[in-house]
Design a protein around this ligand. Structure first.
Ligand SMILES: Cc1cc2nc3c(=O)[nH]c(=O)nc-3n(C[C@H](O)[C@H](O)[C@H](O)COP(=O)(O)O)c2cc1C
Length: 212
């Protein structure tokens, strides 16, 4: 098992049952490549979406899921740690041990609502609540269309508390050649926002220019 000091930092990545499994997998890949230790949480609905969208069958057992993801992304031992929805003794459940950075991607409207109300009824909701109370950096990437007034109000509530709301809405000015370029647009923006070095998406004003 690698020691925590082997890693640059630690971060929590939570995946819920909204569409967009590819974003979550690419984020995990980039965080591993950036030598972050990732506490990885996923909801029951996220397992269904992973299977539906990319054919990934994540086991319900956190240990088995950790092993599959560690192999898939060639992560160091202990670099990807999966916690189940009622693992209340995991580091993400307490401000004394939780990473100060957390991403919820993709975020369902259900989890969005639960976080905005501080429900803390499962580990994803509790981990988000902890980051908010500790005044850490919480990035929420909702996916739904159209947004209802309920969704918009929940986003406003969270934004007013300092949470960053980043809808999964990639731009097109980098001239995407396919789905992977659209995924990288969003993943690059998330990493920039968290000050995690990335080279997958050029920043505005560098390689992105109008055609002559
Ligand atoms: C294939 C699939 C795609 C879904 N896409 C979305 C979506 O884009 N946005 C959303 O809010 N819910 C979506 N849902 C519904 C959520 O999964 C459902 O509301 C679930 O209760 C969310 O639970 P969770 O927040 O615990 O993951 C989808 C469900 C499935 C099976």
């Amino acid at each position: 098992m690698s020691t925590a000091s082997e890693f640059k930092d630690k971060i929590t990545l939570a995946v819920t049952g909204a569409s967009g499994s590819l974003y979550a997998l690419r984020l995990l890949e980039c965080l591993v490549a950036a030598n972050y230790q990732v506490y990885f949480l996923f909801s029951s609905a996220a397992r269904v979406v992973f299977d539906t969208e990319v054919g990934l069958k994540l086991p319900g057992s956190p240990e088995a899921a950790s092993a599959i993801l560690t192999e898939k992304f060639a992560a160091k031992p202990g670099q990807i740690q999966v916690f189940g929805k009622e693992q209340w003794f995991s580091p993400v459940a307490s401000g004394s041990a939780a990473p100060k950075k957390m991403i919820v991607c993709p975020c369902s409207t259900g989890t969005l609502a639960a976080i905005s109300l501080g429900m803390s009824d499962n580990l994803i909701e509790r981990a988000a609540d902890v980051v908010i109370k500790e005044r850490g950096q919480l990035l929420i990437l909702p996916r739904e269309t159209p947004f209802s007034t309920i969704h918009l109000q929940n986003m406003l509530t969270l934004s007013q508390m300092g949470v960053t709301i980043m809808p999964l809405a990639p731009g097109f000015y980098h001239k995407p050649q396919g789905i992977n370029d659209l995924i990288d647009f969003m993943v690059g923006r998330v990493l920039d926002h968290l000050s995690i070095e990335q080279t997958i998406m050029p920043r505005w004003g560098y390689q992105i220019q109008p055609e002559k």
